[in-house]
Write a protein that binds this ligand. Structure first.
Ligand code: ZN
Length: 78
């Protein structure tokens, strides 16, 4: 699965939320990802790595912003 993330993506997570839903919509894309539970509307923020680890399937491809990672040289600066 590509590691692209778009605002508006609807994804399925490996674990269900306590409300019973396993579907989430990405509402913010950046160094951290915000996603909203489709079942109860709860919003959580995850770092990209955690988000990608929890994402099991992409159900709907969003059309919102992607977040291009800066070149590695920029990442290594203090
Ligand atoms: Zn929920």
């Amino acid at each position: 699965m590509p590691e692209e993330i778009h605002v508006g993506d609807v994804i399925r997570t490996k674990k269900k939320h306590p409300c019973g839903s396993d579907q989430w919509t990405v509402t913010r894309n950046g160094a951290d990802i915000k996603m909203k539970c489709e079942g109860c509307g709860r919003v959580v923020m995850l770092d990209r790595e955690t988000f990608l680890r929890r994402r099991k399937a992409l159900l709907v491809r969003g059309t919102g912003d992607t977040f291009p990672l800066p070149p590695a040289t920029e990442l290594s600066e203090p």
